[in-house]
Structure formats: C-alpha cells, structure tokens
Design a binder for this molecule. Structure first.
Ligand SMILES: Nc1ncnc2[nH]cnc12
Ligand SMILES: [Zn+2]
Length: 335
C-alpha cells in the first residue's frame, strides 16, 4: 500500500467535526421541505454555488442559515446518521462531535430536541456501525459569556450525554479570555475542555486557550508556526491540535494546500491530527482530507501512521482503548 492507500484504510479518529457542518445541501432541502422552512436559495445547485468563501465569517453566515432547517429530534438524528455513514466509509472508528446548541435554542428549538436527536444517532452508530462517539457542546464566541453560562445551565440536565465543551464561531475579536469563567465552571463540573484557537486568530489566542481556559486540546492551531516558543511548548506537552487542511484551504487560511503547515507540525514533534471541520461545506470528509494532504505535502507512510496514532492519543478514549487502537493501526500498516 502506498501512503494514500494506507491513509484510506487505516483506522482513525475524527476529533474536529461540527455536526451542523456535515449537513449536505440535499439534506438541507429535504429537511426544509419536511419542516416547511423557506430557504434563500431556489435549488441544491444554487446553494452549493454559494459555497465560495473568502474567510471564516463568509462561511459562518451560510452555515448558520443552513442549520435553520433543523427543528425536530429526527432532523438532528438524520443529520448525524448521514455523517456516521460517511465516517464508516472512511474507516473512522471513533469520533468526538461538536454541536452548537445556541444556533438552535436561539430559534426556539429546545435543548432536549438537539441533544436527544444527536445522542440517538450516536447510540445507533455504536450498535449498527461499530463507531464509538461522544458529543462536545460548543459555545459560540461571538455571543456573550453570560449566554454561554445560560447555555451550560440549560444543558446540565443532559450532562450524561456530552463529555466536554468547546469554543467556536468568529475568532478574531473574541479571544479565549472572554470565556475564562465559564470554562473554569466547566472544569469544576469535570467536563473535558477544548477550544478553537489560531485558525484566523494570533498565537496569543492559543496561549490564552492553554493558560486561561486550560484546554486539553486546541482546534486548528495553525498560527502556532508564527511563534517558536509556542511550538516548543506544544511539542513538549504534546498538546493535541485538531488540524483541518481542506477547511484551511476553503477559508483562505492557506492559499495552496502545498503551503499547509501540517508536515512542519509533525516534524516538530507536535501531536497534530487531520479532521474535516465542516465537510459538507469544504469539499471533503476524512479520507478526502487525508488524500489531498498526503499528495500536496508528499507525506510518507510513516507520517500517515503517526497521524492515525495521534488521532487516538488526542482523543478522550480510555487508555486501554487507545492501546487497542495503536495495535489495530500497527496491523493495518503491516498489512
Ligand atoms: N472552522 C470553524 N471555525 C470556527 N467556528 C466554526 N464553526 C463551524 N466551523 C467553524
Ligand atoms: Zn471547527
């Protein structure tokens, strides 16, 4: 097997996927019809044609509009189930899914609807597809910390359905320090902590995520290359970075995939992983991200194995499961 074939076949974990970002245009139209929601685009083709993004905000505007078709538990289930089928096809065997409750509760959709719909799909994925998963509740950083606290309160009756919290949406102008108190509360509650940082924002936002929010993993983190001290810290602590190459290309964080810093991260000893972010919008699920990155950066088989191992090292699975996954990776790489 060459590096691309190995990348397709190897068992892997996906740790940076916004489940609302897996909503394909066809499903958006199906759910709009089911729920009587009027869309701003006349057809699937017209909607897809609008996916020409210049930066993060230009994407987020369309992404939040797309999520407006989600109203019933069944809608959330169907969206997640469609993702799990894609994950299965790409040999993703574990996934930690982000969801954005404020996008839905602000439209009057109850927290219970969101969490019960997603949780049901997660259980079904385990039993029917053998994919393990966990949910991570993300706070929208363009909203206030007060709103994040209220969202946490509303989610606590469903505490058993999510393992942690994250921070997403418009990064620049909304630094991690804005959410220091709500993350401290989440830490007291025993929740896992992650945050988007260093996607469009500066390395300082990554330092804040580490020092103030005390995250266990950073989402994106491509700005780290601008700060040698930060690179040394990330390597030393093996702080995981959930990197999303096709997202970075589509949102113009890099101009060309050949300029993507992933290979430099691996060579510097960082625990970097490959993920799809919002695959319905960015042109590819896990294996598309792996294939295009392997090609653009001329990644070796060893790099691919390292990325697969990193995905489980970075995940919140038990130590025992992690070791089992390392064995499965080794068997696949030898075969
Ligand atoms: N790439 C991304 N960055 C920040 N917030 C997001 N929400 C969905 N995708 C996102
Ligand atoms: Zn993201």
């Amino acid at each position: 097997m060459n590096a691309i074939e190995l990348a397709r076949a190897i068992p892997k974990a996906e740790l940076h996927i916004h489940i609302e970002g897996s909503l394909e245009p066809e499903l958006i139209f199906e759910l709009a019809q089911r729920n009587g929601v009027v869309l701003a685009y006349p057809s699937v083709e017209a909607l897809r044609a609008a996916y020409a993004f210049t930066d993060l905000q230009s994407f987020l505007d369309i992404y939040y509009a797309g999520a407006s078709v989600l109203l019933q538990p069944q809608d959330f289930h169907d969206m997640a189930w469609a993702y799990f089928l894609r994950a299965k096809a790409d040999n993703v065997i574990h996934t930690e899914l982000f969801f954005d409750p404020q996008t839905h509760t602000a439209r009057g959709v109850p927290m219970a609807t969101v969490i019960e719909g997603l949780s049901g799909a997660c259980k079904r994925a385990e039993s029917e597809l053998g994919i393990s998963s966990a949910l991570i509740l993300c706070f929208l950083r363009h909203l206030s910390e007060e709103d994040a606290f209220a969202t946490l309160e509303a989610a606590l009756p469903y505490r058993g359905h999510f393992i942690g919290v994250g921070l997403d949406s418009s990064e620049v102008g909304h630094p991690p320090e804005k959410f220091e108190r709500v993350f401290a509360r989440c830490r007291e509650l025993g929740l896992k902590l992650v945050a988007h940082a260093g996607e469009e924002g500066p390395p300082d936002y990554m330092w804040q995520a580490i020092d103030l929010l005390k995250v266990q993993r950073i989402d994106h983190g491509v700005a780290a290359l601008q700060d040698p001290l930060l690179m040394a810290e990330l390597a030393h602590t093996r702080m995981p970075l959930t990197v999303c190459p096709l997202s970075n290309l589509k949102l113009c964080v890099v101009d060309d995939l050949r300029d993507h810093p992933l290979k430099k991260m691996l060579d510097a000893g960082l625990c970097a992983t490959v993920n799809s972010d919002d695959p319905a919008y960015f042109g590819g699920y896990m294996n598309a991200n792996f294939e295009q990155t392997v090609l653009a950066l001329d990644l070796s088989r060893e790099d691919v194995v390292q990325l697969a191992r990193n995905s489980f090292e970075a995940s919140f699975v038990s130590e025992q499961r992690r070791l089992e996954m390392f064995d499965r990776i080794a068997v696949c790489a030898a075969g």
